[in-house]
Design a protein around this ligand. Structure first.
Ligand code: FE2
Ligand code: FE2
Ligand code: FE2
Length: 167
């Protein structure tokens, strides 16, 4: 693919991904404000942005077999753990940005777990198998991720058990 087109597709993918996420977050807000139809509008259009993002990623040939997708996922999580968040956190500390330190640390802690979970899955996928997986619980405050049972309180942010969402 021509270089500029590739860069443009990458940037369009990032833009659509952001819009998708924003709209889902806005949908939750509208729901809490008691505006279910505006919430539904945000969710519907979020899905359209997901379709756009998916199409761009496919044209970029970044959607592959599950084995390859897990490799890509692991390297993305590892990059966040090793480079992105540690360096961003340093800057946030230097600038005394408390909110950013908190949200970035929450992410950093969870990404470590994500990387490990994907690595385990990758070993099975390499042998052509699916994994055995118990319920997964995600802390809705910080994103802490655990397989099995949710803890009484989140080890990262201290949220109570009822704040965990099951998958
Ligand atoms: Fe779009
Ligand atoms: Fe992650
Ligand atoms: Fe948490």
């Amino acid at each position: 693919m021509r270089k500029m087109t590739e860069e443009n597709l990458n940037s369009a993918f990032a833009g659509e991904s952001k819009a998708h996420m924003r709209y889902l977050i806005f949908a939750e807000c509208a729901q809490k404000e008691g505006k279910p139809n505006i919430s539904r509008l945000f969710r519907a259009i979020a899905f359209a942005e997901q379709v756009h993002a998916t199409n761009h990623l496919k044209v970029l040939e970044e959607v592959d077999s599950t084995t390859r997708n897990l490799e890509a996922a692991i390297s993305g999580e590892n990059f966040e753990v090793d480079e992105t968040y540690p360096s961003y956190l340093e800057v946030a500390r230097l600038q005394a940005e408390k909110g950013a330190q908190r949200s970035m640390n929450f992410a950093l802690q969870a990404e470590k777990i994500h990387s490990a979970m994907y690595q385990k899955a990758g070993q099975q996928a390499d042998e052509g198998k699916d994994i055995l997986l118990k319920d997964i619980y995600i802390c809705s405050v910080c994103g802490y991720t655990i397989e099995g049972e949710p803890p009484q309180t989140c080890p990262v942010c201290g949220a109570t058990k009822d704040k965990f969402k099951k998958f």
